[in-house]
Design a protein around this ligand. Structure first.
Ligand code: NAD
Length: 356
C-alpha cells in the first residue's frame, strides 16, 4: 500500500506530519513517499504540480494532501498559482466525487455558533461533483478592453455545463453512500433558473429508480443554504454540483464549530483517492504550532477505509480522536473554558497515545 504524501504550504506541513505519525504507529507497513506541491513546489521547481509529483500521485494507492496557497502568490498568473495543483490532481486522477462529512462531536457541541439542540448528534454527508460545472466549463474568459488590456475589461464569462454521464456517476455514488447510512438523498440544484440543473434534476430522478430503498428529495440551492442552518439534522446525504457543493460544504463544516475538525475524500472510479482536510493552508497561523491536525488525521482514517481497505485501522483512529476530545484536549480553534489548550504536535501525540 503506497501513499503519496503531499504536505503543501502553510499549516499543511505541520498537520500532515501529525497524520503521518499516526499512520506509521498503526504498524500496517504503509509505504509513504513525500513530494512538494503548491507554493512549495513552485518555489522549488517553478510549477505548483511538477511532473514528478503528479507521477507519484498517479502511481500511489492514495494521496494524503495537506493544503496549498498563500496570499503572496495572488499576483502570479493563474496557471502557476498553488491552488492549480489541486485542480490538476483532481483532473489527472479523475477524482469526480468529493465526500465531505459534517459530524458534530458530542464534546464540541458548544463550539458551534448554532444552538446545541440543532446540531447535537449531527452527521451529514455532502457529496460534491468535482470535475465538471462552471469551474471547468468552456468557453471562459474576459473580453479585453478597447485598449487591449485585461485589467480594464468590461465583461467576463464562465460557462456552466454538465453531461448526462457525469451526473449519472455522481448520483450513483450518492445513492450507494445513502444505502450505508439513513437512506435519504437530497439533490441540490437551481433547476428553476439554470438549464444545466434541469438536466441534473432529470438525470438524478432517473438514477433514483435503481435505488427504490432510498428516498430522494430535490431542493433549490438557496433553500438548501437556509435549511442547513435552520434544521441541518433533516439531511442525510446531500448531492450537488461543483460550485454549489463548494459553498454548501463550507457552510456545513462551520455547523460543527471548526473547520479544523473536518476531513474530506475525493475519489475516482477505481476508489483511488485524495484525502485532505476541508480547510486551506491558513497562512494566518502557519508556523505557530497551533493548527488543529484532527481534520488531517481523520482524513487519513477515511483513506484507510475507502482506498486501502483497512476499516479496523480507520475505526482505531476515529476512536482515538474521540478519546482525546473526551480527555478535554483542544487546539485553540476549538478551545473553550474548562478544557486544556494544546498545540499541533501535542494533539498528534495524544491521538497516538490514545490508539493504544
Ligand atoms: P483557510 O481554510 O486556510 O483558513 C480560514 C480560517 O480558518 C483561518 O482563520 C484559519 O486560521 C482557520 N483554520 C483553517 N484551518 C485550520 C486548522 N487546521 N486549525 C485551526 N484553524 C484553522 O482559508 P483561507 O484563509 O480562505 O485561505 C488560505 C489559503 O488557503 C488561500 O491561499 C486559499 O486559496 C487556500 N486554500 C487551499 C485549499 C486547499 O488546499 N484545498 C482550500 C481552501 C483554501
Amino acid at each position: 500500500m503506497k501513499i503519496a504524501v503531499l504536505p503543501g504550504d502553510g499549516i499543511g506541513t505541520e498537520i500532515v506530519a501529525e497524520a503521518v505519525k499516526v499512520l506509521k504507529a498503526l504498524g500496517l507497513g504503509l509505504e509513504m513517499e513525500h513530494a512538494p506541491v503548491g507554493g512549495a513546489a513552485y518555489e522549488a521547481s517553478g510549477h505548483p504540480l511538477p511532473d514528478a509529483t503528479l507521477r507519484l500521485a498517479r502511481e500511489a494507492d492514495a494521496v494524503l494532501f495537506g493544503a496549498v496557497g498563500d496570499w503572496k502568490y495572488d499576483t502570479l498568473e493563474r496557471a502557476l498559482r498553488p491552488e492549480q495543483a489541486i485542480l490538476g490532481l483532481r483532473k489527472h486522477l479523475g477524482l469526480f466525487a468529493n465526500f465531505r462529512p459534517a459530524i458534530c462531536y458530542e464534546q464540541l457541541v458548544g463550539a458551534s455558533s448554532l444552538k446545541p439542540e440543532l446540531i447535537a448528534g449531527l452527521d451529514i454527508l455532502i457529496i460534491r461533483e468535482l470535475t465538471g460545472d462552471i469551474y471547468f466549463g468552456q468557453p471562459r474568459g474576459r473580453r479585453v478592453a478597447t485598449d487591449g488590456h485585461f485589467p480594464g475589461a468590461e465583461e467576463a464569462f464562465d460557462t456552466m455545463r454538465y453531461s448526462r454521464p457525469e451526473i449519472e456517476r455522481i448520483a450513483h455514488v450518492a445513492f450507494q453512500a445513502a444505502r450505508k447510512r439513513n437512506k435519504k438523498v437530497t439533490s441540490v440544484d437551481k433547476a428553476n433558473v439554470l438549464e444545466t440543473f434541469q438536466l441534473w434534476k432529470d438525470v438524478v430522478t432517473e438514477v433514483a429508480r435503481d435505488y427504490p430503498d432510498v428516498t430522494l428529495e430535490h431542493m433549490y440551492v438557496d433553500n438548501a443554504a437556509m435549511q442547513l442552518v435552520k434544521a441541518p439534522k433533516k439531511f442525510d446525504v446531500i448531492v450537488t454540483g461543483n460550485m454549489f457543493g463548494d459553498i454548501l460544504s463550507d457552510e456545513a463544516s462551520m455547523l460543527t464549530g471548526s473547520i479544523g475538525m473536518l476531513p474530506s475524500a475525493s475519489l475516482n472510479a477505481k476508489n483511488q483517492g485524495l484525502y485532505e482536510p476541508s480547510h486551506g493552508s491558513a497562512p494566518d497561523i502557519a508556523g505557530q504550532g497551533i493548527a488543529n491536525p484532527l481534520a488531517t488525521i481523520l482524513s487519513a482514517a477515511m483513506m484507510l477505509r475507502f482506498s486501502l481497505n483497512q476499516p479496523e485501522a480507520a475505526d482505531r483512529i476515529e476512536a482515538a480522536v474521540k478519546a482525546v476530545l473526551a480527555q478535554g484536549l483542544r487546539t485553540p480553534d476549538i478551545w473553550s473554558e474548562g478544557t486544556t489548550k494544546v498545540g499541533t504536535v501535542q494533539m498528534g501525540d495524544a491521538v497516538l497515545k490514545a490508539l493504544g
